[in-house]
Design a protein around this ligand. Structure first.
Ligand SMILES: *Cc1c(COP(=O)(O)O)cnc(C)c1O
Length: 462
């Protein structure tokens, strides 16, 4: 199924011009650091981390061209040259008509949700994402998962686990009526399922269905170029098309998008909302001045918009994407060869350890993925994050914990940052923790924030 060759054929299409030195720490130091951080890797100090796989968000390395672009920042309050460059780039690469910059993805989600959602509306999506679902709920909407069942099984080898189950969507439409469903939120790739792609075929069927019912499609296009790579590698009829062409085709099947440019688009901060409908644009550009800033900067400096415009162009390069995902697969294959259970097929932005199978002696109330992330940090200074019961949070109506089927530890790979030798260190550390896994004990939550608890929750060892 994986057509992607491993070995060295994915080698980087760039060379290194500047380096950032890292602090080396001892296991005793790391034990103290993680205890002080309440066993939450989000609360560690970055200087105590050796290889930082917490997230691929805003952690990528910019190119010399992007850095040069920073010097071209036009910091005018209104009508910055860099905004027009960004707008032109979004139209060129993605094809949307209107662009509103935002400080990052969730800024766009907030404005989009407030623009399109009325109280009591139903928002179907191919699995939830933490900030996306929260903004839908804060706007009065109710999220419904319509991803195919295979996505909830860590070891199911379906090549497009991000696909929407049209029967699940149709059941929602029949139950609530299409008027209650302003849009379907489609993520490319699906972060919470392990960076799993949606196929073009599925998106086309979804477009036909939603057109018939007058429902919009809004993309969460955070990792669209990575999704395009999987379509190119796995879907019939796309092997000769470029990432750029596939990206454009995905966007053509949708009505708008929210973007966290901190991922695909290779910048440290930034995002945007893109729309085709002039009425939606008018409402959204009214709201952006309340929450982000004027519609020609949206919370960003001119230089940030310039770096984003250049990063978007670099992100749709075939050579870049082959190396980016090649590195992720290189790491995943190594970890798999040690017999460690991971989510498969290997996704676009990281390796997801299956904590349920890794630590079968801990039930979900003992936060196995949280405990595993802490153990990995102590072993080698590799920082990962929990994607399981802590990230899932509680049902806002009943206050009960969600019990997600997937209990994962995410090793997220920043773009253009770490070397193949770093990948080897990570794999060896995962193996070491796996060998000694019986000694890992569970955790109890001693502090729980009200929103997005995984960021700031604190734990103690049981
Ligand atoms: C990161 C992310 C977001 C939110 O973007 P931020 O820039 O972190 O605010 C939304 N959706 C997905 C799939 C993401 O990965």
């Amino acid at each position: 199924m994986e057509k992607i060759p491993i070995k060295h054929s994915w080698a980087e299409p760039y060379k290194i011009k500047m380096v950032e030195l890292l602090k080396m720490t001892t296991p005793a130091h790391r034990k103290r650091a993680i205890e002080a951080a309440g066993y939450n890797t989000f609360l560690l100090r970055s200087e105590d981390v050796y290889i930082d796989l917490l997230t691929d968000s805003g952690t990528s390395a910019m190119s010399d061209r992007q850095w040069s672009g920073m010097m071209l920042g036009d910091e005018a309050y209104a009508g910055s040259t860099n905004f027009y460059h960004l707008e032109e780039t979004v139209r060129d690469v993605y094809g949307y008509t209107y662009v509103i910059p935002t400080h990052q993805g969730r800024g766009a989600e907030n404005i989009l949700s407030k623009t399109l959602i009325k109280k009591g509306d139903i928002i179907p999506g191919n699995m939830y994402f933490t900030t996306t679902r929260l903004h839908q709920e804060l706007a009065g909407g109710i999220f419904h998962d319509v991803i195919i069942d295979e996505a909830h099984e860590a070891s199911n080898l379906h090549p497009f686990k991000g696909n929407v189950d049209l029967n699940k969507l149709d059941a929602l439409v029949k139950k609530h009526g299409a008027k209650k469903i302003p849009y379907v939120c489609v993520a490319v790739t699906v972060n919470m399922a392990g960076g799993q792609p949606i196929s073009m075929g599925n998106l086309k069927e979804l477009r036909a269905y939603t057109k018939k019912h007058g429902i919009k499609i809004i993309l969460d296009m955070t990792r669209i170029a990575e999704n395009a790579y999987f379509i190119q590698q796995r879907e019939e009829g796309f092997s000769k098309k470029s990432i750029r062409e596939i990206v454009r085709e995905i966007c053509n099947h949708t009505d708008g998008a929210t973007m966290s440019a901190k991922k695909d688009a290779l910048v440290n901060i930034g995002g945007f909302l893109a729309l085709n409908d002039p009425k939606d644009y008018e409402e959204a550009s009214n709201l952006v001045v309340v929450y982000e800033g004027l519609h020609t900067y949206g919370g960003l400096a001119g230089r940030d918009m310039e770096a984003m415009a250049i990063g978007i162009q670099e992100s749709v390069s075939d050579a870049h994407m082959k190396a980016r995902i090649g590195q992720v697969i290189y790491l995943g294959e190594q970890i798999k060869n040690f017999g460690v259970p991971i989510t498969e097929p290997i996704g676009g932005h990281g390796i997801f350890l299956d904590a349920k199978r890794f630590l079968p002696h801990l039930d979900q109330d003992k936060f196995p993925a949280q405990a595993l992330a802490a153990a990995l940090y102590i072993d080698s200074g590799v920082r990962s994050m929990e994607r399981g019961i802590v990230s899932s949070g509680r049902n806002p109506k009943t206050g009960k914990n969600y019990y997600p089927k997937l209990e994962l530890v995410r090793l997220t790979i920043p773009r253009r940052v770490y070397t193949q030798a770093h990948m080897d260190v990570i794999a060896e550390s995962v193996e070491n923790v796996f060998v000694h896994r019986a000694k890992i004990t569970g955790l109890k939550m001693v502090y729980e924030p009200k929103y997005l608890r995984f960021f700031q929750a604190r734990f103690e060892k049981l």
